[in-house]
Unconditional design. Sequence first.
Length: 108
Amino acid sequence: MGLEAQTVNIPTGLVVALSAVLFTLGVLGVLVRRNAIVMFMSVELMLNAANLAFIGFARGRQALGGQVFVFFVIAVAAAEVAVGLALIVSIFRSRHNIDVDQVNELKG
């Protein structure tokens, strides 16, 4: 009565469709919302949607190239988070607002 690992075979088309839905939600978040933090999270959602598509295609083709590329995208996204949040905090300290419509220049 041992527990055996059962694999679930999800079709690549469904993975890519989910990735497209997540990417669309990210694009809508960037276009509709004016808060810098929400826009920043929407960009991260788009990056994760692209990662999901890479993983789906890599699994469908039985190749590791997509997974290696995802590793580098995650590393770049981590650097983007550090720099982006530092910019948001700096803008908030100087202007006490992070609405992108009111912040039109980066001079101090």
